[in-house]
Design a protein around this ligand. Sequence first.
Ligand SMILES: NC(=O)c1ccc[n+]([C@@H]2O[C@H](COP(=O)([O-])OP(=O)(O)OC[C@H]3O[C@@H](n4cnc5c(N)ncnc54)[C@H](OP(=O)(O)O)[C@@H]3O)[C@@H](O)[C@H]2O)c1
Length: 323
Amino acid sequence: MKAQVYTKYGPPEVVHLATIAKPTVQKSDVLIKVMAASVNRTDSGFRSAEYFVSRFFSGLFNPKQPVLGCEFSGIVSEIGADVKKFKVGDRVFGFDDAGFGGHAAYKVIDENKGIAKIPEKIDFITAAALSEGSHYALGNIRAAKVDANHHVLVIGGTGAIGSAAIQLIKAIGAKVTAVCPGAFLETVKNLGADRVVDYQTQDFTQTDEQYEFIFDAVGKSRFSICKPLLKENGIYISTELGPGLENIFLAIKHQFTSGKKLLFPIPNFTQEDIKYLKLQAELGHFLPLIDRVYEFDQIVEAYRYVETGQKIGNVILKVGEEL
Ligand SMILES: NC(=O)c1ccc[n+]([C@@H]2O[C@H](COP(=O)([O-])OP(=O)(O)OC[C@H]3O[C@@H](n4cnc5c(N)ncnc54)[C@H](OP(=O)(O)O)[C@@H]3O)[C@@H](O)[C@H]2O)c1
C-alpha cells in the first residue's frame, strides 16, 4: 500500500512516499481504508523529536513505527473475528497517538481504542479533524472542572486545540473570552466566544475581568503573567512546558499548595471520550475549523505550513482516492 514514511527524526523532508505492507488484522482489530488524515502538532512533535522525551515512546535512535498520522477518517474494510462494534463499510474517525498510521492507505486499530462512527452529515475531511485538538482541549477542560457559571480565558482561539476548546466550553454553558489574531476575530466569535481580544493590538492582561480558568492553548503565556487574572482557586493550564520547563515544576509544587494553581494534566484518551466528541458534533456544538487541505503527495508542504505556527484550526491530508 502507499504510505508516507519516515525512518529518521528530523525536518518535514524526512517524510517520503513509499510502498509498504498493508497492516494485518488481529481478532479485535478493524482495518480502515483511510480517506483523510490531519497533519498536526502531535505528528510534528514525534517526527522532529524536538522534545527528546517523545523518543521514549517512538524509538530512542530511530522511529520504530514508520507511518505518522495520529488522527484519521475512513471506511472499515475488514474486521477481526471478535469485532462487535463495527462492520465493513462503516464510516469511522479516530485518534491513535500510540499506533499512528493515518498517513497511509490503510490503518489498523483495536475496536476498543479511539474510534467511532462518523456522524451522518459530516464528511471525511471534517471528520479527520474531530479528535486531535479536541481531545487535548477536553482533557484540560475536565482537569479544570469547568462548569456553566465559570468565565474561561482561552489564549489561542484559532489553534486546533483552542478552537475546539471554545466550542466545548460553550457546550457546557460557561462564558468564554478568546485571544486570537485580529484577522480572525469574526471566525472566533462564530465559534461561540462571548468576547474576543486581538493579541496583535491588545494586551489581554490589561482587563478588570477575572477567570476561573485560563487555558493557554498555544503555550505563549506564563503562569506568573496570568496569575493576577485568576479568581481565588483559579486554574491555569498551558499546552507548552514553559521556559526552563517551569510548567512541570510549578504543577508539582502546586499539588502541595492552595489557592491559584497551575495544572499540567497528562492526556488520556478513551473510547468514551471519542463518543463524547462525536455527540458534541452530532448536537452541532462542535465542528472542527479546517484550514488547508493538501493532496497526499504534498505532505512535506503540509508539515511546513503546520510548523509556521500560523494555521487556523486543522490541516488535512487527502489519502483516499474517492474524495
Ligand atoms: N508536542 C505535541 O505533541 C503537541 C501536540 C499538540 C499540540 N501541541 C502544542 O499545542 C499548541 C497548540 O497547537 P495547535 O495545533 O492547537 O495550534 P497552532 O496551530 O499552533 O495555533 C496557531 C494559531 O495560534 C495563533 N497564535 C499564535 N500566537 C498567539 C498568541 N500569542 N495569542 C493568540 N493566538 C496566537 C496563531 O496566530 P498567528 O498566525 O498570528 O501566529 C495561529 O492562528 C502548540 O503550542 C503546540 O506545540 C503540542
